[in-house]
Ligand binder design. Structure first.
Ligand SMILES: CC(C)(COP(=O)(O)OP(=O)(O)OC[C@H]1O[C@@H](n2cnc3c(N)ncnc32)[C@H](O)[C@@H]1OP(=O)(O)O)[C@@H](O)C(=O)NCCC(=O)NCCS
Length: 143
């Protein structure tokens, strides 16, 4: 049996630990603590927790809870990787009862395509999608 459980209870989120992870992640280097707090306060997040309550992993969904969701900030603590935690979090979010009417889920990943493909995600059509990346100085201590 897995030695961890999943929860979407925002009260369980260890924001100090999450900020530590995200400030070193390749997509949000140096992200400021208050930005992480605001992002999680306005999102649906899931965590994986050890029996003693230690946060082992997190994933966040930015969504209107009706039509669209952006999956991001998927992070598993190094010592907890390779046990299926990332995929379990994503599968749980995709099946969330609040998100059953969505027309599209999206995410960006540099190298973890293998985590998401089995959860229903596929590469996008580059002729259709665009993005815009504001100056990192707006959100990062390293900007
Ligand atoms: C990527 C990450 C989230 C994977 O977490 P994990 O809990 O170890 O992943 P899982 O055990 O659920 O792996 C599920 C599947 O994805 C595969 N996988 C895991 N990491 C992968 C990676 N980086 N690239 C490609 N496939 C990967 C696994 O081999 C497994 O495949 P299988 O079912 O065929 O055996 C974790 O390594 C991590 O936090 N890395 C640093 C942050 C990061 O890169 N996050 C993802 C941003 S999109």
């Amino acid at each position: 049996m897995a030695d961890w459980l999943l929860s979407t209870d925002p009260a369980r989120l260890d924001l100090d630990r999450i900020h530590g992870w995200l400030s070193t992640a390749y997509w949000s280097p140096g992200v400021r603590r208050e930005i992480v707090e605001r992002a999680f306060a306005n999102s649906l997040a899931i965590g994986a927790y050890a029996p003693d309550g230690e946060q082992l992993a997190v994933a966040r969904v930015v969504t209107d809870r009706a039509t669209f969701a952006w999956l991001c900030d998927v992070f598993v603590a190094p010592h907890a990787r390779g046990q299926g935690i990332a995929r379990a979090m994503v599968n749980s979010l995709v099946a969330d009862p609040e998100l059953t009417t969505l027309r599209r889920w999206m995410l960006g990943t540099r190298d973890a395509h293998g985590v998401y493909a089995a959860c229903g995600f596929a590469p996008v059509d580059p002729r259709i999608f665009m993005d815009h990346k504001p100056d990192p100085a707006r959100w990062s201590n390293q900007g």
